[in-house]
Design a protein. Structure first.
Length: 133
């Protein structure tokens, strides 16, 4: 209570009440759990990013293969036919899904990283409270 003396009375009462009401938080287990989730999602994200990048890079290769089927036509018409082919559209749909999965995993990963930082901050706050008492 002596270390809280420099704060206004309302703040001291509020802090003491919150301290008494709050259950101790097991930061070690929570942070360990979040670290495991970050690792799992990080590996999934890396795989998804690789797949997404590969599919985006292969788009032009796929287009060239489709264009090669129409070698009797001028280049501009071959490109048009290749762009509207079902195979190319299917490839684009797959690429869209790969990019969507990559971004979804990235958002989840960032969420858990923020949660870890929040736990770290709360842990520091609890430590500071313990030094005040």
């Amino acid at each position: 209570e002596r270390s809280l003396a420099r704060f206004p009375r309302e703040t001291r009462l509020f802090s003491t009440a919150l301290w008494a009401m709050s259950d101790p938080i097991d930061f070690l287990s929570k942070m360990t759990e979040v670290c495991q989730l970050i690792e799992e999602l990080g590996l999934q994200y890396a795989e998804a990013k690789g797949t997404s990048w590969h599919m985006q890079e292969m788009r032009r290769v796929m287009l060239a293969h489709e264009m090669a089927q129409y070698d009797n036509l001028p280049v501009s018409q071959r490109e048009i036919k290749a762009l509207v082919s079902d195979t190319y559209k299917t490839r684009l749909d797959g690429t869209q899904q790969a990019i969507q999965r990559e971004h979804t995993l990235k958002a989840k990963l960032e969420r858990y990283q923020a949660q870890f930082e929040a736990y770290r901050s709360l842990c520091s706050l609890e430590k500071a409270k313990m030094n005040l008492i």
